[in-house]
Design a protein around this ligand. Structure first.
Ligand code: AMP
Ligand code: MN
Ligand code: MN
Ligand code: MN
Length: 276
């Protein structure tokens, strides 16, 4: 299966509408596709319709922002019922606070000599409920404050930098619970991106599994080829199903295009093994 189970639209911090992400995925050779917007399911129905018209199998998804051990961890939910009330309410609560955080980010950037960033970022926002650091990054690139969005994150939007505002997201237990309550499979997104020690990382996997989590991303645009192998080993050791996705946000912004994403390493059970 040519599966891309991690993509963003302009319903969160991607730039394309859900139907256009579907078309992009199809052109890239995807045949099983999930839309996984941050803390939002508002794009799912349009995405499902577009995927159907394009002859792709569609998987309803979401990527939930979680605070665990004082760090932000992302938990993807796949095969969710996007109308499940517990999930819908939980996501609304998780989104709540992004506005105030964005105002604070803008105030800090103004202090650092970059005024007007809130209004600037808003021009990139497709969903007023979901203003993200990515929107600030795109604006700072536009005005020439940095040459790339990753440079903006390095210089402004990460811990210790002017423009970093700590935020408390959902708990791991809530995120896993909402996904399971909506009939979905919880997946630890891009585990290689977190700044955890081996011990803390192991504690995350243990707690996730105890809560009912049973999958991790192994092959993702956020991992290096070495990490494909080390997280394949983690999947085998913990008995996790393995997922695969680009984490697409925008054409040209991708860390990796779908066509460059390798298949899952051998000996893993794909998260989609019993779906179709
Ligand atoms: P937020 O949910 O507002 O904290 O924004 C998180 C989003 O910022 C992630 O989903 C990524 O899309 C983006 N992001 C985080 N770190 C980086 C980075 N170093 N370079 C580019 N984008 C990043
Ligand atoms: Mn994002
Ligand atoms: Mn993520
Ligand atoms: Mn993502």
């Amino acid at each position: 299966m040519k599966a891309d189970l991690h993509c963003h639209s302009n319903v969160s911090d991607g730039v394309l509408a859900p139907s256009a992400v579907a078309a992009y995925a199809r052109r890239s050779g995807v045949d099983v596709w999930a839309l996984t917007d941050h803390d939002e399911v508002g794009g799912i129905k349009a995405a499902r319709k577009a995927a159907g018209e394009l002859g792709m199998r569609f998987v309803a998804g979401v990527e939930i922002s979680v605070t665990w051990a004082n760090e932000t961890v992302h938990i993807v939910g796949l095969q969710i019922d996007e109308d499940n009330q517990g999930l819908v309410d939980g996501l609304a609560a998780t989104r709540n606070g992004r506005q105030a955080r964005a105002q604070e980010i803008a105030a800090q950037l103004a202090n650092a000599g970059i005024p007007g960033a809130y209004e600037g970022a808003l021009r990139y926002v497709g969903n007023p409920d979901l203003i993200s650091r990515t929107h600030f990054a795109r604006y700072l690139v536009e005005i020439g404050a940095c040459g790339s969005t990753s440079e903006v994150f390095r210089k402004y939007l990460t811990e210790g930098k002017p423009g970093y505002v700590p935020h408390r997201w959902a708990t791991l237990a809530d995120a896993v619970g909402w996904i399971r309550g909506a009939g979905g499979i919880p997946v630890i997104a891009h585990p290689g991106r977190y700044p955890f020690s081996d011990t803390a990382e192991g504690a995350l996997f243990d707690e996730f599994r105890q809560l009912g989590g049973n999958a991790i991303e192994v092959v993702t645009g956020s991992h290096t080829p070495d990490q494909y192998l080390s997280y394949a080993e983690v999947a085998r050791r913990y008995g996790f199903l393995a997922s695969r996705g680009t984490d697409f946000h925008a054409p040209g912004e991708a860390r990796v295009e779908f066509a460059e994403l390798p298949p899952l390493p051998a000996g893993l059970t794909p998260v989609w093994h019993d779906w179709f």
